[in-house]
Design a protein around this ligand. Sequence first.
Ligand code: CUA
Length: 339
Amino acid sequence: MTNPARLALSLLLLAVLVGGTGCGLVGWDWDTKMTTVIPKSDFGRMTHDIFMLISWWTLGIFIVVEAGLLYVCWRFRDRPGAPIPKQVHGHTVLELSWTIAFAVILVIIGIPTIRVIFKTQEAPAATALHIDVTGKQWWWDFRYPGLKIHTANEVHMVVGQTVAFHLHGPDVIHSFWIPQLGGKRDVVPGRVNRIILTPETPGEYIGQCAEYCGVSHANMRFRAIVHDKAGWEKWVASQQAPPLEPKDELAVKGKEIFSQSACVGCHTIAGVSAGVLGPNLSHFGSRGTLAGAILPNTPANLTKWIENPAHVKPGALMPNLGMRDEQTKALAAYLLSLK
Ligand code: CUA
């Protein structure tokens, strides 16, 4: 192949690559549950702005470097009979300028990055909603000390009110992340990290542990629910009320089984038991998911979970209590009645 033909082919390949990627990005559906590019909180927006700043700078640098590279390849290409080019070593002005130019770019990126890091973990305002988050293998515990609410795997907020998450880690390092609301930030044993954010749009968002923490790391999920004002007041009232007493026969039987089994050693149900190793179940029936938010909270899934937790979530610390079919059905009916 001649040199011009080789050059033309290279340019064509580059065009296909850039064009193809570009079209792919334009046609891509960005609005997914785990997206970070359609932020729904101030923290999410600040992080996204930095991401875009870096992306535009990177694109500019890419264009300048590639244009220079292509020009040099073309200008100094080998020609038949051409003499060996002048040999040079080092160029002080060039070397100084590209060192300084990139240092300046790093400063431009660094200043807003550091500002956002500090802003999103500063001491919260007194009006902020304080939530204690505890990451455990492999589920999330949520306490609202000001509201005296204790729940798990579902964290509720209200649109427009700043939330101060205080992150506690009693076992290994986890990472608290709600992609659309911002994050992620590590949950480190022995210290309390903070995330300060203000949710801007009501909705249900997906949360995920983002630091490898053992065999069921991928199953350590949660839901973040941002309410409007009316929905929030309703949720707070329902969580502060004592759990409903079971009415139908099966659920009543389930309560009896729960109270007399090893369940009480690990789980709290207000007025019934006081265990703290596993999630608080006082209002379990009001939750949309179970087992670290990996399954919809249905009778069938709950029965499957109670019968063999480790089968649903590998490594789960909840033991298989060897219950009979009718016992798990009754237990499930009772737990789902706890609205
Ligand atoms: Cu917790 Cu990964």
